[in-house]
Design a protein around this ligand. Sequence first.
Ligand code: PEP
Ligand code: MG
Length: 905
Amino acid sequence: MSENKDSQVVKFVYDFTEGNKNLKDLLGGKGANLAEMTNLGLPVPPGFTITTEACKVYLDSGEEPVALRDEVSSHLDALEKKMGKKLGQADNPLLVSVRSGAKFSMPGMMDTVLNIGLSDKSVQGLAKQAGDDRFAWDSYRRLIQMFGKTVLDVDGELFEDALEKAKEAKKVTVDTDLDAADLKKLVTRFKKIVKTEAGRDFPQDPREQMDLAINAVFESWNTDRAKLYRRQERIPGDLGTAVNVCSMVFGNLGPDSGTGVAFTRDPASGHQGVYGDYLQNAQGEDVVAGIRNTVPLAELEQIDKKSYDQLMQIMETLENHYKDLCDIEFTIERGQLWMLQTRVGKRTAGAAFRIATQLVDQGLIDEAEALQRVSGAQLAQLMFPRFDDEAKVDLLGRGIAASPGAAVGKAVFDSYTAIKWSRSGEKVILIRRETNPDDLDGMIACEGILTSRGGKTSHAAVVARGMGKTCVCGAEDLEVDTKRRRMTIGETIVEEGDVVSIDGSTGKVYLGEVPVVPSPVVEYFEGRMHAGADDADELVGAVHRIMAYADRVRRLRVRANADNAEDALRARRFGAQGIGLCRTEHMFLGDRRELVEKLILADTDGEREESLKLLLPLQKQDFVELFEAMDGLPVTVRLLDPPLHEFLPDITELSVRVALAESRKDNNENDLRLLQAVHRLHEQNPMLGLRGVRLGLVIPGLFTMQVRAIAEAAAERKNAKGDPRAEIMIPLVGTVQELEIVREEADQVIAEVEEQTGIKLKLAIGTMIELPRAALTAGQIAEAAQFFSFGTNDLTQTVWGFSRDDVEASFFTAYLEKGIFGVSPFETIDRDGVGSLVKSAVEAGRATRPDLKLGVCGEHGGDPESVHFFHEVGLDYVSCSPFRIPVARLEAGRAASTSQGSDHR
Ligand code: PEP
Ligand code: MG
């Protein structure tokens, strides 16, 4: 223990008996759960955990905290006493594993060293003690190999090659055919490799081994692959990892030993049962690496009934204790079961919904907690299409359904090609014998992952599930030849570039492109499938229940960004409570562009009025349809926003056309005028130019025409006994004066229409807050606005000074790679910058006008994390594209739900 700046005692090491599952920040997930299991009285090999705080000190200063060694010494002393033997003791050595374990699981991303404590001397003691020379020498060579690679940075291939050579020399193919003498020779060879490559001897002092391994684990927090994984998974980069020092138990002591992984329920379907893999006579890493073929966990019942029964009981204890699906790593050492790890297990999106409702039914959790067990991202995944059952298919083979989804793409056999091809716009399926952490970039780039080896817990499966990417693994009929870039299945050869389709829900692999059909969850939202119907599956029922709960508890209303009746009707079916943004510019395209052109080219007021008059009935009809589709619900119509030149032909194309015509002496008067207009309206920075309210103030009659169309449409709907609830929204306001002028004109037009029709219209007028100045002067703007809708697309653009049309393609990848932000601020609201402006504008707006209605209609309105932010700052609604409405409803419910203490992120 040591004292920090504030003279508080800092404790860097916790015995497994001292921690608990709530200390994940400090002890990492693995350490916290090992402590929890220890406290539950489960058989956990004794050990201790070095905190993430120690790691942070090490990473910040390059040195361990001063007090760490002493603290480790006293915990090691206690461990040695408990075990009745000393670390590396010559005649009966205590061996330990040194494992990483961060707050959030990062499978295979950081380092582990097993069998610490073995040396030239203690290997003899271990042999005698275990009565097994082969085992002792195999353990020693594994230590030198792992230690060499992870602690001393020796190229792992050199050890692999030496191992291969030893097998070739003996004419055997599997490691287990090497005997003690062979392994002893291999140890000598490995030590030479270490000496040559690392320039030092493999350390014989067990404590030195342990200290170096601890530092190596600290350092592994910052390897490139760990950083990439964190960015992908949005895990903060400053958490650091804890280090678990645990007494070794051995699964490779003969046929009565083994190691396995298990889930308390099926992580793909959520169903209860016996799910997992077991590997006899092996160490833990062998299972996770998917290198040797495992047997299903159920077979353990035949192999070792006593351990099997005990394991089943422990699994039940864990489920009831954690009230959730747990995954487990265990080892059986000569008939004695040991728990090496447990955690709340990753699961597929579908299983998350099913498990949450199953646990409610079992009485283990309440509905509020169920809501925390699922996420909008998972719901979005369930809305992806799946393969059409009716389609004619060419089945190539079948593997394990490791991560659901329907993925189609060109076959590639290495990560490099996956990245290269996907960058050039190709969809690819990454096919490997098995994956390892070095494949991460390729796994991110591809549509889906297919492997010929490994089970549900192999690297490919675990990582793909984490990413929500389709994966089929262990498709053993496929002969994957990465060197020749092809795979063979019976007679069929699939070459690089051939299209394959993989179904992560069934494990089936097809040649060619299989057509896809909508997901049942979308069918449900569309109202084409009812949760209670006979053909509705369990998943639809679970989604229905959770959505109903989210709707009951959420405070935020959810509206849609929609500009036509079709989208509005879909949005309604998906649960929209109105339209938060109708972009009227979308109504000026197609055949009507000509009318807009006329308006722009008009030389006289008369000409301008003429074209506005032609546009009016068309606009009105659009609104009539929209108000009808959203009858009874609010519809926010935004007046024209983009610069007018967007409605004119491309400047280069037009110039060429005019030049060609001139050379033929065949001048087209209209084209010439158009070209002049294009030049006149051309802007260097159109996004900061003549658009939004500025347009309305400069082009006479444009906004009033739109307001008249809205008012007349509303009157018509009222006449037809409808219930139109139109709201008029002014874009890109920077100062209250702009709004006041437009408002005055609008009020006048509305009054005219009211008088003409004899119908009283209650049309609210409000503004977008999408410029920093608008946000900063929100208090003044609220004087003239009945509502604000935050345009976080433009607000992000203007707060950061990022051109929204350019930066994502030009330098965002570099920014993401450098960790400047973990996710694009156009995707998830930048809480500190843009978010703080939103927050202060909310406060200022409400201070002026307590009943000010507040919403958001930028892309962030449908982004899960941002929805939580908008809930927190007290908006009334979010508005997003129709397909994201269910996600926004769910996240709004999650944000409002007060459940605490969930293990879920
Ligand atoms: C915004 O800026 O956030 C917004 C919704 O408007 P648009 O995307 O149309 O500029
Ligand atoms: Mg905008």
